[in-house]
Design a protein around this ligand. Structure first.
Ligand SMILES: [Zn+2]
Length: 217
């Protein structure tokens, strides 16, 4: 279901994922949950994505599309770290001229560099300008800092990452609760979610509803 206006898609980009440039599989809503709209620094939108980019980041409550894109790129780099290391450990020439032989290595030489180039291209892909109804969508590149517990974090996302690590929170639960309660109640969100450190995808949804219920929402 498209909840928002789809960004304009230039003819040359018509089949591509906005995040990584691979063939697109679907149109996604940003933000994922409508409760997160209040955390956003710009209007909500729909945009094309491949299945991998659409599902690789599990948490929500991002303050902008750029923050979400950064999280996707980080997750892609972590997932494909082995492939990316080919480019750090070898140059294309070294690989071609390598004296190592044997059928396994021959196969590796043929496919490894092109696999590396595909992942590198996806991570470096910059998307295209975000235009809705002939108007360019302005997203502040500069992070808006966020204060919590006397510390100024460079962004809300940075504060979320810190809180998840420090208080051993379930990241998906915490970001969903945060998107409903709002960033003004960041501390309360931590207190509520600390009670449920280890969740499975099965019981996360019922815990989320239980929390909403406990605070009368
Ligand atoms: Zn993608």
């Amino acid at each position: 279901m498209n909840r928002y206006t789809v960004i304009e898609i230039p003819f040359n980009e018509r089949d591509r994922c906005w995040f990584c440039g691979e063939p697109k599989d679907k149109i996604i809503n940003f933000p994922r949950y409508s409760s997160e709209e209040t955390l956003l620094s710009h209007q909500p939108i729909c945009l094309p994505s491949c299945n991998e980019c659409a599902s690789i980041v599990k948490r929500s409550a991002f303050s902008s599309l750029y923050a979400y894109r950064d999280a996707i790129k980080k997750a892609l780099a972590a997932k494909h770290r082995k492939t990316l290391s080919i480019g750090s450990n070898w140059t294309k020439r070294e690989l071609e001229e390598s004296e190592l032989e044997g059928s396994a290595f021959e196969g590796f030489k043929r496919s490894a560099w092109s696999m590396f180039e595909i992942i590198q291209g996806r991570i470096n892909f910059k998307g295209w300008p975000l235009v809705i109804n002939n108007e360019t969508l302005i997203i502040e590149e500069e992070h808006q800092s966020f204060d919590f517990d006397g510390v100024t974090y460079v962004s809300l996302d940075e504060a979320v990452t810190h809180a998840v690590k420090t208080f051993h929170l379930d990241e998906q639960l915490f970001t969903r609760v945060l998107s409903v309660l709002g960033k003004a109640k960041f501390g309360q969100c931590i207190r509520l979610c600390r009670l449920y450190p280890a969740l499975t995808s099965k019981n996360r949804e019922s815990v989320f509803l239980e929390i909403l219920d406990s605070i009368g929402l």
